[in-house]
Design a protein around this ligand. Structure first.
Ligand SMILES: NC(=O)c1ccc[n+]([C@@H]2O[C@H](COP(=O)([O-])OP(=O)(O)OC[C@H]3O[C@@H](n4cnc5c(N)ncnc54)[C@H](OP(=O)(O)O)[C@@H]3O)[C@@H](O)[C@H]2O)c1
Length: 239
């Protein structure tokens, strides 16, 4: 069945590849980001299937843009939140921490809140977020990033319980990738780096199977378990 899908943060990286794959499957897609030229480029390639809204998720105008996209698509079945930033903050820079929180916490929460309430009114829908393996424990390289991803994963768990209590057919899918080969992961040498195409395909499969939690790649499941139970003395040598 052809779906109506919105991807927040689809101008590059994981969100863009997911948009391309969904377009290839014949779905109607609403895409967002701050870079208008990239949004126009994707629209030009598949004008009948793509609608876009250009906006910054930190500007507290998310709801208006989301409503406009739903109207243009003629409905909504799946909302994917991929917009996010992550920069090392070794000197504990406030500008870096603040923009991380503004984007990954405030922007994220406003969109997830809108999406959940939209699907609750509609009676069904799927809401997915690209959190991170960093959600599991604190990290010294980018403390605000880890904390922001913990917020996302925790918020989604709360929404999943809420949907069940409300007896609503809303699926909450929390994706926790390790390292994916995008602009965000450039810099230091990363291990188990997953190509963006493979990551996007695994995420789409996880959404189709209505999984609550998806690790990218699957072997990061093991790291997730180790991290979760690692004692503090060991953790502080690792992250
Ligand atoms: N790459 C990894 O190793 C990795 C690992 C774990 C989790 N993740 C998560 O995966 C998600 C996608 O990251 P990626 O690796 O695909 O990075 P990316 O290529 O940098 O993509 C980030 C996307 O978010 C959008 N975005 C960022 N800030 C925004 C803002 N203020 N307003 C609106 N849109 C904004 C960007 O669009 P514009 O620049 O056009 O606004 C872009 O489309 C992020 O949430 C990230 O935390 C990535």
């Amino acid at each position: 069945m052809k779906q109506k899908i919105i991807i927040i943060g689809a101008t590059s990286g994981i969100g863009r590849r997911m948009a391309e794959l969904y377009i290839a499957k014949g779905h109607r897609i609403g895409i967002t980001g701050r870079r208008l030229d990239l949004l126009q480029q994707i629209k030009q390639q598949s004008p009948q299937q793509v609608e876009y809204e250009c906006f910054d998720v930190t500007k507290n105008e998310n709801n208006d843009h989301l409503e406009a996209l739903v109207k243009a698509l003629g409905g909504l079945d799946l909302l994917v939140i991929s917009a996010g930033i992550g920069q090392p903050s070794r000197e504990l820079s406030w500008p870096i921490d603040k923009s991380t929180i503004d984007t990954n916490v405030n922007g994220f929460a406003e969109i997830a809140n809108w999406g959940f309430n939209f699907f609750a009114r509609q009676g069904h829908g799927q809401l997915a977020t690209i959190s991170s393996i960093a959600a599991i424990r604190g990290g010294s390289h980018a403390p605000a990033y880890n904390a922001s991803k913990a917020f996302q994963s925790n918020y989604f768990e709360g929404l999943a319980i809420k949907a069940r209590r409300m007896k609503k057919d809303i699926t909450l899918i929390c994706i926790e990738p390790g390292f994916v080969d995008t602009k965000m992961s450039k810099g230091e040498k990363k291990f188990w780096l997953v190509p963006v195409d493979k990551a996007a395909r695994q995420i789409i499969r996880g959404i189709e199977r209505k999984k609550k939690k998806v690790y990218i790649s699957r072997r990061w499941w093991l790291i997730a378990k180790l991290l979760k139970w690692a004692p503090y003395w060991l953790l502080r040598k690792m992250v």
